[in-house]
Ligand binder design. Structure first.
Ligand SMILES: *Cc1c(COP(=O)(O)O)cnc(C)c1O
Length: 213
């Protein structure tokens, strides 16, 4: 279902399927859900909470080739733990957080989360602070900047997300870090049309979450 939606969107956009990474968002679901998804062929997983994943990770067993992205807001007091648990941190939103993620002894891939909506509850770096955050990440030898991430205001209709996706792509352009993490269950086709390289899909893969995030 999700796979055919991705394939159709790629076809419409004239893009290859392998240009788009499906990040399976397993937050709130138990370790078994990740194991099942792995058995079904998924390799890239997104989690929102450091503590939740800290509890789940030891239960996963050995999943060769699995890659774990942190896609939820990261508080700086959890940065050291996050650097141990995750392979990719999609939600770096300040120079300070970048520096705190550095020095863990592991090389981390990093994306910068950009705040494009005025919503109070949303996190992310302001568009006019991106150069500063990019410089801070690039100054850390153990952080590798791959791209940018954003989350538009949620709407059932995907079209209102399009201008946010387009804006992220335009803002990212000058920095030479090509990954764009954008699009969720409701709007990932539009995100693929606008150049997403990573789509973060939870509900459409795992079903409705019992408790709200
Ligand atoms: C929960 C979450 C998703 C997945 O949302 P769905 O609508 O369930 O696909 C994607 N990105 C972030 C940052 C999330 O918190």
């Amino acid at each position: 279902m999700v796979e055919s939606r991705i394939a159709r969107a790629c076809q419409r956009a004239g893009r290859r399927r392998d240009e788009v990474t499906l990040v399976a968002v397993s937050k709130v679901f138990p370790a078994e859900a990740i194991q099942e998804a792995y058995q079904a062929g998924l390799r890239v997983f997104g989690e929102n909470y450091v503590q939740e994943f800290e509890a789940k990770k030891p239960l996963l067993g050995d999943l060769p080739g699995a890659v774990f992205h942190l896609i939820g807001h990261l508080q700086s007091n959890k940065s050291a733990r996050a650097a141990e648990l995750f392979d990719v941190i999609q939600t770096v939103d300040s120079a300070r957080l970048a520096r705190r993620l550095s020095g863990s002894g592991r090389v981390l891939e990093v994306m910068i989360e950009v705040k494009l909506s005025g919503e109070e509850a949303k996190h992310g770096a302001a568009p006019d602070s991106l150069a500063e955050v990019v410089d801070a990440v690039r100054a850390c030898p153990d952080l590798r900047l791959t791209g940018f991430m954003t989350m538009p205001p949620w709407t059932e209709d995907p079209e209102p997300s399009r201008p946010y996706f387009r804006r992220l792509r335009e803002l990212a352009e000058p920095f030479g870090a090509p990954a764009l993490s954008m699009g969720m269950s409701n709007d990932f086709e539009v995100a693929i049309e606008e150049g997403a390289t990573h789509i973060r899909v939870g509900t459409a893969l795992f079903g409705r979450r019992r408790r709200p995030e």
